[in-house]
Design a protein around this ligand. Structure first.
Ligand code: NDP
Length: 472
């Protein structure tokens, strides 16, 4: 009996997705470049039925029902092109290839165009949720050739996470749209992690709260508007103890790694002129953390005296809460701003409400907050920015005082809060009716005759001043 779908690449993600698809009643053919990996997977107890191991690409092509559906789960980058190069000669018009890795959206656009010229239907699908998500229900962000969607939709909707009975899977748009949305998801994840980290830093180093106390606090916050997977795991991490009984968190080295999707998000924002300040600061903060030796040298330099430590009273804790919540709103507003800018640059018709809904399950950034975002787009599908939605404007108004207090405290104590500060300055800039760009335009006109527009004349009329006339 032929298989319903093929999975190529049997590392963590490929194996778990193959088993997840199989559990929903589909027969799955599997192939991996290194045969030993295919053999050991096929021999594992979980793969004892419904999994058809293949040891060559033509064997895989023969094992699949037409049109063939093949899900690639290989490393992003060259591995995808290498695999496509081997696969394509064995395929026929109408066959479907889905790249489920974290590919760059530009690569997906290039592959989409090249493969459609060969009459193959290419899909770039963002998959979120790591190993557990892949096995039990990921969030899926497919985009590419829309003719592929009816063929893969039943399988994708079956394996996706579910929230309120709805699969966390929607068709995103053409070409690289699915991978772009996944990339922004990862960028938002960088922002969330950094903001939680800064809050922890303020309370741990600034107010000297113990990991145990912080764990309790995060558990408490997880019952409010911050309720999310990341706050939950933070609370659990903070209560974990090492073998000697001391908090494990205190022994973990403070240099952060990255696989690059946050950096891609930052770069795309720069290309599209999106002021994505919170996520960009999160990327830079990881870069700074990685320079540990340099930081240790700098830490020995004499410093100016800092303010004395205040008490961790309820009011101060509420400031920290409000700062985290308000900064998170800014970060998501900026993330959706980037999606809007991409949609207009690439001519995509993105469903922002739908995107918020599919991130509610399976993903690392899953939270009740995404329901509020979906509701804001539901109330006004043309909403220009989340910050203009009455709900979020109201939330920010309530949080604003605490947010400013927390930052003032951090600055006074010498605790770096880059993403939180960037969020607040963005908020202030976004609501500023008159920015100092008037002076900037005058300077540009002074040294480069770049001209300027005037507040008392219609837009589109440009003026130049002879700022520095030669002495008479
Ligand atoms: P890896 O990214 O570690 O990739 C390993 C797989 O890629 C192996 O099957 C390997 O085959 C194959 N591979 C590597 N190079 C080549 C090549 N040149 N030709 C053919 N095959 C090659 O696997 P993961 O399962 O971690 O991730 C798969 C994809 O999913 C990646 O794009 C990743 O970014 C993405 N992803 C991962 C998540 C995670 O939590 N791990 C979460 C969401 C997405 P071989 O055995 O022969 O070396």
């Amino acid at each position: 009996e032929q298989a319903d779908i093929g999975v190529v690449g049997l590392a963590v993600m490929g194996q778990n997705l193959a088993l997840n698809i199989r559990d929903h009643g589909y027969r799955v053919a599997v192939y991996n470049r290194t045969t030993a990996r295919t053999e050991s997977f096929a021999a594992s107890p979980e793969a004892n039925h419904g999994i058809l191991p293949c040891f060559s690409i033509d064997g895989l092509a023969l094992a699949l029902k037409r049109p063939r559906k093949i899900l690639l789960m290989v490393s992003a980058g060259k591995a995808v092109d290498d695999t496509l190069g081997l696969l394509v000669p064995h395929l026929e018009a109408g066959d479907i290839i889905i790249d489920g890795g974290n590919s760059h959206p530009d690569d997906t656009r290039r592959r989409s165009t090249a493969l459609s010229a060969q009459k193959l239907l290419f899909v770039g699908c963002g998959i979120s949720g790591g190993e557990q998500g892949a096995r039990h229900g990921p969030s899926l962000m497919p985009g590419g050739n829309p003719d592929a969607w009816p063929h893969i939709r039943p399988i994708f909707e079956a394996i996706a996470a579910r929230v309120d009975g709805q699969p966390c899977c929607r068709w995103i748009g053409p070409q690289g749209a699915g991978h772009f949305v996944k990339m922004v998801h990862n960028g938002i994840e960088y922002g969330d992690l950094q903001l939680i980290g800064e809050t922890y830093h303020l309370l741990r180093s600034g107010l000297h709260m113990s990991p145990e106390q912080l764990s309790g606090l995060f558990h408490r916050w997880n019952r409010g508007p911050l309720n999310s997977y990341l706050i939950d795991i933070t609370a659990r991490i903070l209560s974990a103890r090492d073998d000697d009984g001391t908090p494990l968190i205190d022994k973990i080295l403070d240099t952060a790694g990255q696989k690059g999707t946050g950096r891609w998000t930052a770069i795309e924002a720069l290309k599209l002129n999106t002021p994505l300040t919170t996520i960009n600061e999160a990327v830079f903060a990881r870069n700074l953390s990685a320079r540990r030796e340099e930081r240790l040298l700098a830490a020995q330099q004499p410093a100016a005296p800092l303010r004395p430590w205040p008490k961790a009273d309820e009011e101060t804790l509420q400031f920290a809460h409000d700062a985290l919540y308000a900064s998170k709103i800014i970060s998501y507003a900026q993330g959706f701003m980037l999606l809007k800018d991409a949609a207009s640059a690439y001519d995509w018709d993105l469903d922002y409400r739908g995107i918020a809904l599919i991130w509610r399950g399976g993903c690392i950034i899953r939270s009740i907050f995404l329901d509020d975002i979906a509701a804001a787009f539901d109330a006004d599908p043309e909403l220009q920015s989340l910050l203009l939605a009455p709900f979020f404007a109201g939330q920010l108004r309530r949080a604003e005082t605490g947010w400013r207090q927390a930052l003032t405290l951090g600055i006074g104590l010498g605790i770096p809060l880059p993403a939180m500060a960037a969020s607040l300055t963005f908020f202030d800039g976004y609501r500023c009716a008159r920015l100092p760009a008037n002076l900037l335009q005058a300077q540009r006109d002074f040294f480069g005759a770049h001209t300027y527009e005037r507040t008392d004349r219609p837009r589109g009329t440009f003026f130049h001043t002879d700022w520095d006339p030669p002495d008479e």
